[in-house]
Design a protein around this ligand. Structure first.
Ligand code: PMT
Length: 393
């Protein structure tokens, strides 16, 4: 279940042309199960009719500070208190400036000033407005006060130029909100995650490797980061984006992977070995491209069993290995758990098309000496959280 499920999110909509993206954002937040409340400024209602937001979000849209019909509730206080977090999107330079100065001259700014819950801004404006020293100062002041910002991107703007100030995409904002809502239950842990394949050269143009995409390891790194851990990600070659906030080391060969782990092993609490290191390398690495011939014999030598070596060296560290199996899943994984001196092993059946290498989903059995947990088919991100649950204290 999404960690936005049941969260009460107050959305403040101001008068920026990026308002059209907020309809998509609302639809995504609804799909995640969030409960929405909306306040629109007068400028926002000049761009899109509140009825549109009301219908999309299936909630009343608040626009006026003083309503015609009398009510005994103090509306801005009720809205400020009855939410888990607030998001201003698009956030114009004007609304950002007002809040930085404590101005409360409409329902949105009054509510935000009264709100003690986390408040995030997704700025959207013309490049010059964003770079203006006053706007930069206002953003810095709000950050200093503890407000969060979902930084704008660079791209094509409504004013027909390419530059900074384009509101973050709805998907990015949803991901940001999910992270913001994640319980920081791994705070204080230093976790190293390895991911992806390693490569062993045969000659300048040929190498030995495997199908690992890095998706499993990167999902664990991101989940650990979201849950407040300090994360060191050591990765073989992949095409994935490095999650911002991790301490990243890029490696190519099995030996480089070993050295990168060894450098920090003493100072980490947990090593999660989701990488698929090459088990063999060519005894000879040719300097020149090997000429085509009818047959070629390669002498392969065994690479170091990295996690096995750290299993021997461990003092206080928790070691979580993976087992990539195509048969006898549990039996083979149990043997690896013991021989490598691991605390846990995640056994995944890599012969299935929807689990293991290079897919977004996985299916596994987690084993320790004392327990066995079967994890059905799920997204690698969900599996990452289930693995990290083992570390909750
Ligand atoms: O990267 P993805 O496309 O998302 O795919 C994910 C995955 C299938 C690669 C991942 O879920 C996985 O199973 N990783 C381990 C792959 C592997 O090398 O399994 P193994 O059973 O051969 O090795 C057992 C353990 O020893 C693993 O933790 C492995 O990292 C480690 N190992 C293996 C070989 C070696 N020379 N040194 C090691 O430390």
């Amino acid at each position: 279940m999404s960690n936005l499920h049941g969260k009460k999110i107050l959305i403040g909509v101001t008068g920026g042309i990026a308002i059209y993206k907020v309809l998509d954002l609302i639809s995504r937040l609804k799909k995640e199960g969030a409960e929405l409340r909306i306040i629109m400024t007068k400028a926002a209602t000049a761009l899109v009719n509140p009825q549109t937001f009301q219908t999309m979000a299936r909630c009343p849209v608040h626009t006026e500070m003083f309503k015609d019909e009398p009510t005994y509730d103090v509306e801005h206080i009720e809205l400020a208190e009855d939410c888990d977090l607030a998001l201003v999107a698009p956030a114009t330079a004007n609304t950002i400036a007002k809040l930085a100065c404590g101005i409360a001259d409409n329902l949105l700014t009054t509510t935000l000033l009264a709100c003690k819950k986390p408040v995030y801004f997704a700025p959207a404006m013309n490049t010059n407005m964003l770079h203006h020293p006053a706007t930069q100062r206002n953003i810095a002041m709000l950050r200093e006060m503890g407000y969060g910002f979902i930084d704008s991107n660079s791209g094509f703007l409504a004013c027909n130029i390419i530059g900074d100030g384009r509101m973050a995409e709805p998907q990015e904002i949803v991901e940001f909100m999910k992270t913001a809502c994640t319980e920081k239950d791994l705070c204080g842990l230093r976790i190293m995650v390895t991911a992806g394949p390693t490569i062993e050269r045969i000659d300048p143009v040929r190498y030995i490797t495997n199908d690992s995409s890095g998706k499993m390891g990167y999902a664990i790194a991101k989940a650990a980061l979201d849950r407040g851990a300090e994360v060191l990600l050591v990765s073989g070659p992949t095409s994935l984006e490095v999650p911002s906030g991790v301490q990243f080391t890029s490696v190519t060969t099995n030996e480089e992977l070993y050295q990168a782990i060894d450098r920090d092993f003493e100072g980490i609490d947990v090593l999660i070995m989701a990488a698929a290191p090459a088990d063999f390398r060519s005894e000879v690495v040719e300097d020149q491209k090997i000429k085509k011939k009818d047959a070629l014999q390669l002498q392969l030598v065994k690479n170091r069993d990295i996690i096995g070596d750290f299993g021997q060296k461990k003092t206080h560290q928790t070691l979580i290995g993976f087992a990539a199996e195509t048969e006898e899943l549990v039996e083979n994984a149990r043997e690896k758990l013991r021989s490598k001196r691991l605390d846990y092993i995640v056994a995944n059946d890599v012969s299935e098309p929807d689990s293991g290498f290079n897919v977004d989903t996985n299916r596994a059995v987690i084993l320790s000496e004392k327990m066995k947990i079967a994890l059905p088919l799920m997204l690698k991100r969900e599996m990452a959280d289930r693995i990290l649950d083992l570390l909750k204290r």
